[in-house]
Design a protein. Structure first.
Length: 337
């Protein structure tokens, strides 16, 4: 449960809007605290995590510096929350960025143990929704129209955990309202990058393999769309069935052919250089990353505008040929479902 909360109004300076700073923390009843806590924390649906970074020293990252001060001394909460709001105000470089309320929240871990991890939340509301207020008057009712914040989904959020400070803390970050500016929250304000963990490696390994099968493999080898679909299915199944990824094992079980393995290794090296990342050759597989990434592994063969063939399993149950009527696929099955 949070023990400290303050709200500021942060407009878009490009559009001539102002920054309005609160001088006191909010004092809320228990019911409102519970409602806001569900609203704030309900936006974090993924295990993908981030860390602060800086082009020079971490202390030069304004948000990192402010949350560090708060974690070290809660008495600095109001002062540093104000600095965070000022930094967000200055970060607006795009007229499409919407102004809104900025909530800075301190979540105090109630455990008295070494596992205790306090958190700081930074939440921004931007969208307004119309609603009706209905109240009795005399022997009838009156209706008033008003605007407010919907509690269904917050627009922007960051939750900073008080651990791994030396590498930039651990953060969960979401942006549900990019307003045509995908850099404003992640890069211009927070300045964060994805953490180099099992979620990251699982996600990147799957995506580099997908790019290889879809883009590079057909350029070097004679493969049909059905063969590509089979490669994609085998790869996602490998990640679902294994607890740990080992590149040699993956290459032998999924790629098979030594020339294809060599081709993939070269592609992976080029990919890492182009993207300036390093994909480990051994790492624990993140089930959450597999579940999120598999939506990009749709094995579909599109035939003109007439048919789509979805391939989920055994490649041997599908044959391809050509006769006097044209090209065809032959499908084998046991029963209709």
């Amino acid at each position: 449960m949070f023990t400290k909360i303050v709200v500021h109004r942060v407009g878009n300076k490009i559009n001539g809007e102002s920054l309005i700073l609160s001088q006191e923390e909010l004092q809320l009843d228990e019911g409102t605290v519970e409602m806001l806590e569900n609203y704030f924390l309900g936006s974090f649906k993924t295990e993908e995590t981030y860390q602060f970074y800086s082009d020079s020293y971490l202390v030069n990252n304004p948000v990192f510096s402010s949350v560090s001060e708060i974690f070290d001394d809660k008495a600095k909460f109001l002062w540093e929350a104000e600095n965070i709001a000022k930094h967000l105000f200055e970060a607006a470089e795009n007229p499409r960025v919407q102004g809104g309320e900025l909530f800075i929240v301190f979540f105090e871990d109630e455990r008295e143990s070494e596992e205790r991890v306090d958190k700081i939340g930074i939440f921004k509301t931007e969208k307004r929704e119309s609603f009706l207020k209905i109240f009795p008057k005399n022997e009838s009712f009156e209706i008033e129209k008003d605007q407010g914040i919907s509690l269904s989904k917050i627009d922007k959020a960051a939750l900073i955990y008080n651990n791994n400070k030396e590498s930039g803390y651990v953060l969960s970050v979401v942006d549900n309202n990019k307003n045509g500016d995908m850099y404003y929250w992640f890069e211009d304000f927070l300045k964060v990058k994805q953490r180099d963990d099992e979620y990251f490696h699982t996600q990147e390994a799957l995506m580099v393999y997908k790019d290889y099968i879809v883009k590079q493999l057909p350029q070097e080898f004679e493969v049909s769309k059905a063969d590509q679909a089979d490669f994609l299915n085998k790869s996602i199944n490998f990640f679902k069935e294994k607890e740990e990824f080992k590149l040699d094992e993956f290459a032998a079980e999924v790629l098979g052919d030594e020339y294809v393995i060599e081709s993939f290794n070269n592609f992976k090296t080029d990919y890492e250089q182009d993207m300036q990342i390093n994909i480990a050759e051994e790492f624990p597989i993140s089930e959450a990353a597999v579940k999120k990434t598999q939506r990009h592994f749709k094995s579909i063969i599109k035939l003109d505008k007439n048919f789509h063939i979805y391939i989920h399993g055994d490649r041997k149950m599908l044959e391809q040929g050509q006769d006097e009527k044209g090209k065809y696929y032959m499908l084998y099955f046991d029963k209709e479902v």
